[in-house]
Structures are given as C-alpha cells and as structure tokens.
Write a protein that binds this ligand. Structure first.
Ligand code: GDP
Ligand code: IMO
Ligand code: MG
Length: 426
C-alpha cells in the first residue's frame, strides 16, 4: 500500500504529526519535493521534534529517503542529523537513503534568496531564505551541483567555478569564498555519499514487493509553483503528482492520497488569503493553535476554513481521504464560519481564479454554524466528540464531497481519531 501525505492549504497543516502516526506501519518514508523550508513538528510524550529535511518517520526509527525532487542543503542536513543525537536518534546509511541525482543548495543560493527578496521591495514573497528558489532555478537552468558530483574533485571544481561565474555580479557584496565552499564540500563528500543510492530503483523494487511506502509532502497545495497563489508560492510542485518525478516511483495503484487539512486556515509569508481574520478571533486561533512558523518563527496569519480552496486541492491532488487537524483549536468559539464561495467584482466563483490582480478583490461568502464550546482536546473516539463538532465535520465533509477519515485533536499520536478504524488496515 502507498500513502501520500499532502498539505491542502498553505502548509503547516500537521503533516509531520500524521506521517509520524502512519509511519508505524511503513517500510519507507520518502520526501519528494521542497527542502529545509519545511518545518514538520512531531510531539511524542515530552519531546517535540522539529524536522526540516529528514522525513518524519525517522522519529519512529523507520527507514527514510530523500528523493531527487528535494533540494538538499548539505550543511543543514548534517546539523539536523547531529541535533537528533541528543534524543538518541541515530541516522546513518542503514536508515537514510538519498537519491544520487539530488541537487544541492549552496551558500550562494541563500545569498541569492536574500537579494531577490530585497529587489522585490513591496512585492516580496516572504520566503524562508533557505535558498530554495535560487537552487531550483539553477536546477532547471542545468547548472546545479548534484550530490554525486562531490565524488569527483576536478569536476566539482569546474562546476562550482562556472556556477559562481554565472552569479558573480549579483553576489559581489556577500563575501562568499569559492575556495571555502569547495573545501567544505570536499570534506563532507564521503559522509554525504554514504547515504546515496539510485533511489528510483530502490523505491520501485520495494513497491513491486508490496511494501508500505509513505510519501511525505512539504508545504501545501496553494504554495504549488503552478497551481498555487503565484507568485506568492514556493518553487516546487507541491501537489501529489510530484511524487512520481520527485522520486522516480512509477506504480499508480493501491494508493491513498491523504489531504492534511487544518480545521481553519493559516498562511506564513505574503500573498492572498481570502478568509483571513484581522480581529480578535484571528488572534485567538493564533494563540490557541500556537501558530508560529517552525522555520522562521514568524506569526502565521489565521482565518476561517475555506471550502473553495479545499475543493480545488482535492481535485489537483486526487485526494482520497481528508485528515482534519487541529479541531481542538476551535473549541472555545461560539460561532464558526466556513467559506462556501467567493464573490469577485459582483461575480460568484467556486474556485480561486489564477489572475493575480483579482486576488485582492475576493469576498468570501460564509455559512455560519454553532460552535461547541467544550473541550475536544485529546478525544480519540468519534462518538465522544460534542454534537456541534460532529456537525461541523459533517458540514465540511458534505461541502467537500470527500470523506474525512482522520480527525486530530492534539499534537500527540494518541490524540487522533481514525473515524472508521480502517485507514491503516494494510
Ligand atoms: P506541518 O508543516 O504540516 O508538519 O505542520 P507544522 O508542524 O509546521 O505545524 C503544525 C503544528 O500543529 C505543530 O506544532 C503540531 O505539533 C501541531 N498539531 C498537529 N496536529 C494538531 C492538533 O490536532 N491539535 C493541536 N492543537 N495541535 C496540532
Ligand atoms: P511546511 O512543510 C508554510 C512559504 C514561505 C513563503 C513561500 C516561499 O512546514 O508546511 P520559500 O522559502 O519556499 O521560497 O518561500 O512559501 N513556505 C511555507 N509556508 N509551511 C511550509 O512548509 C513552507 N515552506 C515555504 O513562508 O511564503
Ligand atoms: Mg510546517
């Protein structure tokens, strides 16, 4: 069985928690896009783990892989592996595999990210400044370094030289020394390459043997480079179709695609957000939901649940099941709004149009329901939820015409409702 975990909104939906939960049954957990712009939080008992590059299955002592669709910052990876040692989680070539054709994020990319943001002025995207966009640009520009290049010192030198030559005018004021970069990469080469494998081959072999593979998405569908709120997006395809080109996996059957969805909406960084709240309810959601970015610690913008966006995400990803997270964050509200359509310049829309100049004119149309005003924290049986919470879940399910198979009522593994108890019947 294969599971894809994909964010349906603007990221931070709780993908890390769900990957961790599902990984107990998995043989391999694979990242397929993005990089260390992701921040996936997993809470197990008193420990809170924050992962950026390593798949969340690593916390459960599972075999993990990083696919070629990811852009890999070697410095960040080594730090992340080292930081896990204090929790006695040991990452080595027996539990981590890295695609041998993966492209590398270098210090130059972080500098370029910074420069690009400054040059956008008022229209800045609010990137994580991890060098993600510039690295993907070099990848499609066919001048990026790949991890296997590190094995060949002469080739590495040539490639680095031409990459610096290409960018040198832009990065002049950032005192980045080519020689330092080369030396550091050389010193990491053997260690990094101890993880590399032709992942496409390994993953297809596992698939043919009917192993359970979990594909861990990063970011969210509305940050997709093609289908998100362009240009306020990340630089990779974040939707589920990316698992194929981001890992080389080719089996299409026995696949559940789980759309991880917050019971409300959040966004970090700039860009349109039709249901954003600027009042004390927005502040309340932020406070109760602890809505601060894992990577940049920025405050996340908060708003009502948006079924228009969700329906779009469901189609774009081929979502089979919805996982509704952070229901507990709504506990204290007396009334809850759900966006059911948009009105733009007097016209009704059942999808988010792609024209950037319309983004600011979107008026959400809401349906209002009664809150439940009692705690759902930690409830792990559907029938134990308050009636109004069940009504809210049913309303969303009806609007989305897609079953809600899991409901999450807290950050911990046990704070999870497997609604029909069948999702993990493998
Ligand atoms: P990801 O990027 O999609 O993995 O999500 P993040 O880890 O960035 O943000 C989700 C946050 O919500 C994390 O701090 C989780 O521990 C927390 N979380 C996940 N599910 C729940 C839930 O059902 N209720 C509450 N209160 N917190 C949750
Ligand atoms: P996870 O996996 C939320 C946002 C940034 C910015 C935009 C572009 O934790 O859900 P980038 O650095 O990727 O070029 O920034 O995308 N962004 C995220 N927002 N969750 C994430 O990841 C994000 N990764 C990038 O805030 O608006
Ligand atoms: Mg996150």
């Amino acid at each position: 069985m294969f599971y894809t975990i994909v964010g349906t909104q603007w990221g931070d939906e709780g993908k890390g928690k769900i990957v961790d939960w599902i990984s107990s049954k998995a043989d391999l957990i694979v990242r397929y896009q993005g990089g260390n712009n992701a921040g996936h939080t997993i809470k197990v008992d008193d420990n809170v783990y924050k992962l950026n590059l390593l798949p969340s299955g690593i916390i459960n002592n599972k075999k993990c892989a990083i696919g070629n669709g990811v852009v890999l910052d070697p410095w960040a990876l080594i730090k992340e592996i080292s930081d896990l040692k204090k929790y006695r989680i040991i990452v080595n070539s027996k539990n981590l595999y890295i695609a041998d054709n993966i492209c590398l994020i270098l210090p130059i990319h972080k500098a370029l990210d910074e420069i690009n943001e400054i040059s956008r002025g008022q229209k800045k995207i609010g990137t994580t400044k991890k060098g993600i966009g510039p690295c993907y640009e070099d990848k499609v520009g066919r001048r990026a370094l790949r991890i296997s290049d590190l094995k060949y010192p002469k080739l590495l030198k040539q490639k680095l030289d031409s990459l610096y030559e290409f960018h040198k005018d832009k990065i002049l004021k950032f005192n980045i020394r080519l020689d330092d970069c080369y030396d550091e990469l050389m010193s990491m080469s053997e260690y990094l390459n101890s993880f590399t494998v032709p992942l496409w081959k390994m993953i297809n072999d596992l698939g043919k043997k009917n192993k359970t593979i979990v594909f861990e998405g990063a970011q969210g569908s509305m940050l997709d480079i093609d289908f998100g709120t362009y240009p306020f997006v990340t630089s990779s395809n974040t939707i589920s179709g990316q698992i194929f080109s981001g890992t080389g996996f080719s089996l299409r059957n026995n696949h559940k695609i789980l759309g991880i969805t917050k019971a409300y909406t959040t966004r970090v960084g700039a860009g349109p957000f039709p249901t954003e709240l600027f009042d004390n309810i927005g502040d309340h959601l932020g406070k109760i939901g602890q809505e601060y970015g894992t990577v940049t610690r920025r405050k996340r913008r908060c708003g009502w649940f948006d079924s228009v966006l969700l329906k779009q995400s469901i189609q774009l990803n081929g979502i089979t099941d919805i996982v509704l997270t952070k229901l507990d964050v709504l506990d204290e509200l007396s009334k809850i709004n759900v966006c059911v359509a948009y009105e733009i310049d007097g016209k009704k829309f059942d999808y988010l149009p792609n024209e950037e100049f319309l983004y600011n004119n979107i008026k959400p149309i809401y349906e209002t329901v009664e809150g439940w005003q009692s705690t759902t924290v930690g409830i792990n049986k559907f029938n134990n939820l308050p009636n109004n919470a069940i009504n809210y879940i049913k309303l969303i399910e009806n609007l989305l015409e897609t079953k809600i198979s899991i409901v999450s009522t807290g950050p911990e593994r046990k704070e999870t409702i497997d609604v029909n108890g069948t999702l993990l019947n493998i």
